[in-house]
Design a binder for this molecule. Structure first.
Ligand SMILES: C[S@@+](CC[C@H](N)C(=O)[O-])C[C@H]1O[C@@H](n2cnc3c(N)ncnc32)[C@H](O)[C@@H]1O
Length: 424
């Protein structure tokens, strides 16, 4: 019923973060779930105006706000995860002094050899190597070097620079750990117990990050723009934060990619960095963060009974319930997640409708999903919910075909990822 437009050639390669990995500032943290700056550029071109006020409800590593800032466009953004918030904030800073970066880097190098202040204490049982456990995330010598760096960074008395070096450290953690990101979760690297560590590996990787990426990018950065999107970035749950921080009818454009309905838990995916850098200190902190995150995961048992009145969604929910009742209890959490994901989507569209000016536009990047071999047409359901909230659905742009999980592959094939274009 909606107009589908073939954008496979235009969006095919730019809806992933890969292209950002060689771009100054964008490359400081190897984010997985983002799009590249070219997506933002393509929208700026379409808008044919620069005096815009934009909003990004799911900032992630800050691609939208950074690219808009570089083009002199205001962007308010919201991010619930403290690690992502830090990364975006650091990339948006425009007032680094190269001399200060060099000076604080020398300071870290001078202060990172002191073992006296380092204690590998944590409430997380498998974070550090211990005799009474079978698996651990970091070997002791690696963990010691990470914490020596962390300690030295903590001595910096200027937050702008301590934050910068925290991002450099966060960006190498996975690499020096015994883990790798395996789609939705963290898994142990093959033969991790036999890996030989060179005792300078952590410092070398950190130094490379600083010397080969941060310093050259800061040195070569163009003069700063007058727009400061760092001041417009909030570490808040967008479901409540936007209402609190943004004036009604003040936004021209929303560009965003919310978590997909793929049971990926961002708290899980970035758990190693969250624990190591002290963003989450115990399981209560982790639970609290999961509760603030959009309901696209099953790690929490939700008690909310609400649902969106929408024919296509209700059909899907019935089918899913039937399929789920045949299986294990885990399955019922999937049905709750699907139901509540769309409750969150409705909430977001409702808030955005209030905040957008008349004729304001939304570019909403999301993909379809599948559970129990049942296709969930997330693109259409979101479009239809947005329409019920008052938006006009201009079109759905087909961007990429994503692989399904092996269990869904036979019946479902690929899953369409796209961009829903809406107008108030
Ligand atoms: C698909 S990623 C966005 C990626 C981003 N476009 C980029 O290029 O880096 C979705 C982000 O939404 C964040 N998120 C999830 N629930 C949120 C909420 N309730 N409020 C704000 N951010 C949230 C996640 O932590 C994640 O970083």
């Amino acid at each position: 019923m909606y107009t589908y437009k073939n954008y496979f050639n235009v969006y095919g390669r730019i809806m992933q973060f890969n292209k950002n990995k060689t771009e100054p500032f964008h490359r400081w943290y190897p984010f997985v779930e983002g799009y590249s700056k070219e997506f933002i550029q393509s929208i700026i071109k379409e808008m044919r105006a620069n005096n815009l006020t934009c909003l990004e409800p799911f900032s992630g590593s800050g691609t939208t706000a950074l690219e808009l800032q570089n083009s002199g466009i205001e962007c308010y953004s919201f991010e619930v995860n403290p690690l992502m918030y830090l990364i975006a904030r650091v990339k948006l800073e425009q007032n680094y002094s190269l001399d200060m970066v060099n000076e604080w880097f020398r300071f870290i190098c001078e202060h990172r050899d002191d073992e006296r202040n380092i204690e590998l204490e944590t409430e997380f049982k498998t974070l550090y190597q211990r005799d009474d456990i079978e698996k651990w995330n970091y070997n002791t010598e690696v963990a010691m070097d990470i914490q020596k760096l962390n300690y030295a960074i903590g001595l910096i008395d200027d937050n702008v620079y301590s934050d910068l070096f925290k991002v450099a450290l966060s960006s190498i953690l996975l690499d020096v750990s015994n883990l790798y990101r395996n789609g939705k979760c963290l898994s142990y690297k093959r033969n991790w117990k036999d890996r030989k560590y060179n005792d300078k590996e952590v410092f070398e990787k950190f130094d490379n990050k600083v010397l080969n990426e941060l310093i050259p990018d800061i040195r070569d950065s163009r003069t700063k723009t007058l727009i400061d999107n760092k001041q417009r970035l909030f570490n808040l749950d967008s479901r409540s934060g936007i209402a609190e921080k943004i004036e009604d009818e003040s936004i021209d454009l929303v560009i965003t990619s919310p978590p997909y309905l793929n049971s990926r838990d961002y708290t899980d995916t970035y758990m190693l960095e969250l624990k190591t850098m002290g963003f989450t200190k115990n399981s209560d902190d982790i639970r609290e963060l999961r509760e603030k995150t959009l309901r696209s995961h099953v790690q929490i048992k939700w008690t909310d009974n609400t649902t969106v009145v929408n024919d296509e969604l209700n059909e899907i929910l019935k089918k899913l319930e039937l399929a789920a009742n045949k299986g294990e209890t885990w399955n019922t959490s999937i049905v709750d997640m699907v139901r509540l994901y769309f409750v969150d989507m409705q909430n977001i569209f409702r808030i955005l409708f209030k905040k957008l000016k008349k004729k304001g536009k939304i570019y909403f990047n999301v993909s379809n999903s599948a559970y129990f071999n049942i296709l969930i047409n997330t693109l259409e359901i979101c479009a239809s919910i947005a329409e019920d909230e008052g938006f006009k659905v201009i079109e759905i742009r087909e961007a990429r075909k994503l692989k399904t999980s092996p269990q869904q592959k036979e019946k479902i094939g690929n899953l369409l990822e796209g961009v829903i274009v809406l107008q108030k």
